[in-house]
Design a protein around this ligand. Sequence first.
Ligand SMILES: [Zn+2]
Length: 318
Amino acid sequence: MHKVLACLALLLFPFSAAFAQLNAYFVNVGQGDAIYLELPNGSNVLIDGGPAGKPIVDFLKSKNVTKLDHVVFTHPHSDHYMGLLKVLENFQVNNFYDTKIDNTDAGGDDSLRKMAAAEPGCKVSYPEAGDQLPWDKNVTVKVFNSCSAPVSSANNTVLNNCSIVMRLYYNGHGILLMGDAESEVENAIMRVFKSGLNSTYLKVGHHGSRYSTSAKFLERVQPKVAVLSVGQDNNFGHPHKELMDRLKAANTQIFSTVFGTQSLVIPAPKRGMQLLVNGVPEFGGLAADQSAAEFNMEERVETGVESEALQQLRQQAR
Ligand SMILES: [Zn+2]
């Protein structure tokens, strides 16, 4: 009888073990951001959608996603929202989180906001710095930045600095997601939030721009792993060499979506599992030196030019 019950439990809750860990995917969408999270309680989150529909829609389908519990639109630049337009077209979205800045140079952000407002059963909200989002009772999700009062601008720095910045904290590890926030925002976050910035994982702000991720900020965050969401051959020279030097000086392992989608796992408490980056144990173990960049190297297509900093990163991974 017990066996039957056990089998029944497996049938009813086949994914419970998988859901006890937190999975994060930094999806290779080219030059842009799209971060997909599977929370321990089984809910899911998408933060930005990248610059086009196909990569993110294909990725979500490969994960058998039909609905998204939470979609975060960090700020109205096309490398973050173009993919979201297709996501809203293809998937049920239950909660949509937005920042109150209108990009006066673009229409796509207006279309996306109209779609979110019209999405059946979808709640639109505007989180503010200091808010905690109740996504999973075992994961602390704290918002560090957004524009909570309405602004209109076509200025890229102003738009970037309205990015929704948030940190997820689970089982002793933080994941800090910077959007495209620049150093002014980092300084403000450090002034306002005296503690709680420490994060094992940092999604580096603004695709590795030199104007984000200051040495001072790295000192406060103390990331072990930095993820660069960046496209090959991008027009901005991202990631900039100065930023890469700062990350290296901070003894951070560097991973980039240019090598493919980067994934990480924070295990459930007391499961005796190691942290994983791209399926490889990250700290201390024998495989710790095999970086994720290396893991994905073979599948990478070599084309065109890339920034000097990226070339260096690739050589290091070899
Ligand atoms: Zn961007």
